[in-house]
Design a protein around this ligand. Structure first.
Ligand code: PA5
Length: 537
């Protein structure tokens, strides 16, 4: 039933009875999932909703077409099929549906065999650890799954390379020293050509082999079939290869092997995870605003940010296990919606900034500004009702009651300051509800992208960054070749020799080289870059 206009117009009403009526009418709940969504403290007025309703109808149609196999990512000429991963019968091509089912089965069997110790390293010793190598969508989902779902003593300990920071490599490898021959190394890259996981893989391989391990008996590839990584893994006979389907984007790949494999390796119920996502997909297909939680979210985001991201989304999960959810959403939302051009080619600079960490920790960090400072955000509270039984009250003090009280307190304090917030409550946090929560945001992002007419499934900015970085590395190679003759040169001389517009990139490269034992010297004042003479001795 459509929410009454006077209720919609009552944001921040002082009268408690009006507030209560608004809460009741703008509260969505699903009994099967045990999830509530409350958007009563978002400022969605009747005029805004009137404008949004026909556009939402078109957004529902677009999402239905996407699920039916339309080329929803025209820039890459790709279908967008993450909804098929949790309901393979939806896949428009029955072969694809069958392939999804087979992959799920293979992942479950593989994970079970690794955890049971029946699938071992080359020396017949069970695996003790997992090193996961992947970045962006290939890293954040697994980080979230393992942090949210692993219980103490269950499954294998996880370690991550999600960057090319040598200090990160070194610390992670030091933590694995002595166990590298029993570490399962999973290299994840949809494209199979991203530099970060490639470099991580090379470092991991060297370290594993230095301890006497057999790389191909310990390595697993998760990538698009036929990619460079897949070809290497096939040629070298790696322990396993799993498909990261062409029609699944990195940031929506968590219901593929990217999320399922780490889930089974930490002993989580990934069948439940898929079922939760599938059940939420059913809810978010409802073609009306009031009965569709993803549409409520998308409409609330739109209204808060006036359709152009004027307010940031602050994510506050009140559970440590969900700490990574803020970062996960940051990628899902910002990489999907942060676009320069709309689908008609107009410059729009769309986006929706996301940040957050966890409650009530953040109460003692930035919530002060949320309450009293610049009104450029809306908070998204995430609450879990069922508490773990093992933490007993002491002298009648129940920590979970404090956590719950802090949430309500912050929510009320924000309201008093006229600040907007929405709240998602999970009856319990488990694999099923996590799958549902992720699916809720995936669909909200898809619907919001339709409302603002951007392609949510490409990432031209990421590609541009990759290209620019490759250009700098090429420049460094040319610079090192030039300086190989041992002659000292100024930045201006180097700039001219390399036909550059500016010496600045050379200064950055040489400052880094000189800070390390790479054979380069600088004579002159570092604070006056033009005075410096660089040479290789
Ligand atoms: O969501 C995305 O598409 C990106 O963030 C990718 O996941 C990221 O760039 C890593 O790409 P790949 O999996 O191809 O290595």
């Amino acid at each position: 039933m459509a929410v009454a206009d006077d209720v919609l117009a009552s944001f921040n009403a002082a009268d408690p009875a009006t507030q209560w009526r608004r809460f009741e009418q703008l509260l969505w709940f699903d009994e099967g999932l045990g999830i509530w969504l409350d958007v009563s403290r978002m400022d969605m007025g009747p005029a805004q909703l009137q404008e949004l309703r026909p556009r939402l109808t078109r957004a529902f149609e677009a999402m239905a077409a996407l699920e039916a196999g339309a080329i929803a990512n025209p820039d890459e000429q790709r279908q967008v099929g993450h909804y098929w991963l949790r309901n393979p019968e939806l896949a428009p091509d029955p072969q694809a549906g069958l392939h999804i089912q087979q992959e799920i089965q293979r992942i479950e069997q593989f994970g079970a065999a690794i955890c049971a110790g029946s699938l071992t390293n080359a020396a017949a010793v069970p695996f003790t650890d997992v090193l996961w190598i992947g970045i962006g969508g290939s890293g954040l989902g697994p980080l979230l799954i393992t942090r949210a779902l692993q219980d103490p003593g269950r499954g294998l300990p996880f370690h991550f390379f999600d960057n090319v920071d040598p200090d990160g490599f070194s610390r992670t490898l030091a933590g694995l020293a002595g166990r590298l021959t029993t570490t399962l190394v999973v290299v994840v890259s949809k494209s199979g050509g991203t530099p970060e996981p490639y470099l991580g893989m090379r470092q991991a391989r060297q370290a594993v082999e230095a301890e006497g391990g057999s790389w191909s008996a310990q390595a697993v590839a998760v990538t698009m079939l036929g990619s460079k990584l897949d070809a290497t893994a096939a040629a070298e006979g790696w322990l396993a290869r799993f498909d990261m389907f062409d029609w699944v984007g990195g940031r929506s790949s968590v219901t593929s092997a990217v999320g399922l494999l780490p889930g089974v390796l930490v002993g989580a119920d990934m069948g439940g995870f898929l079922a939760g996502a599938a059940a939420m997909d059913v809810c978010t297909r409802a073609p009306s605003l009031e009965s569709n939680p993803a549409a409520l979210l998308a409409a609330a985001w739109y209204a808060a940010g006036e359709g152009s991201g004027r307010r940031d989304m602050v994510v506050l999960p009140y559970r440590d296990r969900l700490e990574l959810f803020s970062r996960y959403l940051q990628q899902l939302v910002m990489e999907s919606l942060g676009k320069k051009l709309d689908r008609a080619g107009q410059v729009v600079h769309q986006g929706l900034a996301v940040y957050g960490n966890k409650g009530s920790t953040d109460q003692h960090a930035y919530v002060q500004q949320l309450r009293d400072g610049v009104d450029n955000f809306f908070a998204s509270f995430i609450e879990v009702l069922e508490d773990p039984a093992e933490i007993a009250p002491i002298d009648g003090e129940v920590p979970a009651d404090f956590l719950s009280g802090f949430l309500q307190g912050t929510r009320s304090a924000l309201m008093e300051g006229g600040r907007q917030s929405l709240s998602i409550t999970l009856r319990r946090l488990d694999a099923t509800s996590l799958g549902a929560l992720i699916a809720l945001f995936e669909r909200a992002v898809g619907l919001y992208a339709e409302l603002v007419n951007v392609n949510a499934y490409d990432q031209p900015g990421v590609e541009a960054g990759k290209k620019a970085a490759a250009g700098i590395l090429e420049l460094q190679a040319k610079l090192e070749l030039l300086l190989a003759d041992g002659v000292a040169r100024s930045l201006e001389e180097l700039r001219q020799s390399l036909a550059l517009d500016s010496p600045e990139p050379l200064f950055w490269i040489l400052r880094h080289l000189c800070a390390n034992a790479r054979g380069y010297q600088a004579n002159g004042q570092w604070g006056q870059p033009s005075s410096l003479l660089f040479s290789r001795g």
